[in-house]
Design a protein around this ligand. Structure first.
Ligand code: HEM
Ligand code: HEM
Length: 229
């Protein structure tokens, strides 16, 4: 087979991936701190917003970004896992069947964690809601670890650096498998939306309109309120 360097992941999928990883880790490490509550909320909404975009891109995006290209049944998953044991695994240019399960789990858990965070933030439930929110976030972290382990194992068995492909978009394969365009304009819109959330241009915390959501934390505002009284 004629093999060359071909474009597989479009730019929106790559921007989505690394922005999601960054926001998830950021939301997780700021979750415990009252002082960083606003940062946590902004990053949580970013996770939710990115996944909402990904659901649309999974329908209208390029070949390997589409859900139809990684809609595998249980049989395909078992066959792929068995092929891993033979150390000569089946090769997929897009997502492999086992990886796809982790991806769907990450998308679902990210949405649910965001929704329960929103509901808890707006006092729509009691302590059970906070526990549920935390439980979902921890479940997502567990799947992230499995996901990263899967990426490492697949990369070693296929002698193919999958993480680098998620950065550059390129893999080695048959030229007929390549996607045609990277869709940079859509990727730029995703970057602009994330920037608008992070700078407070799209306000999502209860900070005063126009103020940077990242700049003023809740306790700081409470302290000011107390001083005024
Ligand atoms: C930290 C949180 C992370 C989350 C929430 C996450 C989530 C995801 C999601 C949702 C996808 C599907 C991409 C798509 O089609 O849209 C994916 C794919 C991928 N991720 Fe991550 N990821 C994380 C971290 C990482 C890290 C640290 C690496 C690098 C070691 C990595 C490497 C990859 C690769 C290589 C793929 C493509 C897999 C394939 O070839 O089928 N991810 N990830
Ligand atoms: C989707 C990504 C998110 C992750 C990974 C995440 C993670 C967490 C974790 C692990 C906790 C528990 C912290 C602890 O008490 O130890 C927490 C608490 C909390 N989260 Fe999130 N969260 C996310 C999204 C959100 C969103 C979108 C909001 C609000 C709109 C939010 C609001 C809160 C609030 C208010 C708490 C409660 C803290 C408290 O009262 O002690 N989170 N989050």
């Amino acid at each position: 087979m004629n093999k060359s360097r071909i474009l597989v992941w479009d730019a929106p999928t790559r921007v989505f991936h690394w922005a999601l990883a960054l926001s998830f880790v950021g939301a997780f490490v700021t979750a415990d701190s009252e002082r960083l509550r606003d940062v946590h909320v902004v990053l949580g909404y970013t996770v939710f917003g990115l996944i909402a975009f990904r659901l649309i891109w999974g329908v209208v995006g390029t070949r390997y970004a589409r859900f139809t290209s990684f809609a595998f049944g249980p049989r395909a998953v078992v066959a792929y896992l068995k092929s891993l044991l033979t150390l000569r695994p089946q090769h997929f240019l897009g997502h492999n069947p086992a990886g796809s399960i982790a991806i769907y789990a990450l998308l679902a858990l990210g949405l649910l964690t965001g929704l329960t965070g929103y509901a808890h933030y707006n006092a729509l439930g009691g302590e059970w809601l906070e526990d549920l929110h935390e439980g979902l976030a921890n479940a997502m972290l567990a799947v992230v670890f499995v996901h990263i382990a899967g990426v490492i194992v697949s990369s070693l068995l296929h002698r193919e650096n999958l993480a680098r492909a998620m950065v550059t978009g390129y893999k080695t394969g048959d030229p007929t498998g390549a996607i045609r365009g990277a869709r940079w304009i859509v990727a730029a819109l995703v970057v602009a939306s994330v920037a608008a959330l992070w700078t407070g241009v799209i306000p999502v915390t209860d900070t005063a309109p126009g103020a940077s959501a990242m700049a003023t934390s809740r306790p700081a505002r409470h302290a000011e309120h107390d001083r005024r009284r």
